[in-house]
Design a protein around this ligand. Structure first.
Ligand code: SIN
Ligand code: NI
Length: 263
């Protein structure tokens, strides 16, 4: 690849991620990559594609929280370049100290002007059909983000809480009810404004939240979910793994879950 990983993810970043369950990495995309990704993402979001699923249609439950399109890499070759990007997957591998990283899925997360609800506090892992923890997301923003248009917040160290309960993004319960009496109950959130082309990585267990978009421009994000190679299937129903011939207790692998980085 010819790129030094240290340039993107220093040992300090690895330590921060391990301790806090999230980390910010600036300028993870070059200016040229950002421009290309914006074009591809706009095209992918607008197209009627075969494999990707848009969740704002059919009265989709996420409406007003965010517009989501899953599996964009399967329909848009330009998006595949970014969802499968070796640099981004290699950063995930370094952060998690895994020996290999596989794709679980990607999604475009748009908060349109008037998407007036925040994405409530939740953990991601509880939705994923995996026995092991350690899966994580990169959240790359295509627009500058702050508290006015949908930047993220994280609760440091909340990945230590373990798997809690699934939280509906539309009718959420308060996640802090589950950690009453622990240090996490009063842990202050870290707000992470970002410049376009920068990103955060967060562990699937880390409590996170995104602000509403109160501006008149879309907030466009590509989030890609990675899992450690060898992560096994727990059989729970999930759109990504149902009917894929996966065996409970065996590693999630195969053409739809490609190996993106290997130590
Ligand atoms: C969002 O971008 O609004 C939410 C992202 C996430 O839940 O990971
Ligand atoms: Ni999430």
């Amino acid at each position: 690849m010819g790129e030094k990983m240290e340039q993107w993810v220093t040992q300090e970043k690895v330590e921060f991620y391990k301790e806090n369950g999230f980390v910010q990495i600036d300028n993870v995309l070059t200016a040229e990559e950002l421009e290309e990704l914006r074009d591809c993402a706009n095209e992918a979001m607008a197209s009627n594609s075969r494999h990707s699923v848009k969740t704002d249609q059919d009265g989709g439950a996420y409406y007003k929280v965010l517009n989501q399109k899953v599996n964009v890499w399967r329909d848009h070759g330009g998006m595949a370049k970014y969802s499968l990007h070796p640099r981004l997957a290699s950063i995930a591998m370094r952060l998690t100290e895994a020996s290999g990283i596989r794709l679980f899925h990607d999604h475009l997360l748009w908060k349109m002007p008037g998407d007036s609800k925040p994405t409530p506090w939740h953990q991601d892992t509880v939705k994923w059909p995996m026995n092991e923890t350690g899966a994580l997301s990169i959240w790359v923003t295509l627009d500058d983000v702050d508290e006015r248009n949908g930047c993220m917040m994280f609760i440091p160290k909340s990945h230590t809480a373990g798997k809690l309960k699934n939280i509906s993004l539309v009718n959420p319960v308060d996640i802090f009810e589950y950690v009453k009496g622990t240090e996490l109950e009063n842990q202050r959130p870290v707000v992470v404004p970002l410049k376009a082309g920068s990103c955060t990585f967060h562990d699937g267990l880390t409590f996170h939240y995104a602000h509403a978009n109160q501006t008149d421009k879309p907030r466009r994000v590509l989030a890609t979910i990675y899992m450690k190679d060898g992560t096994t299937y727990n059989g729970a129903s999930h759109v990504m793994t149902n009917d894929q011939g996966l065996v409970v207790g065996e590693p999630i692998r195969g053409p739809l879950f490609p190996l993106l980085a290997k130590a």
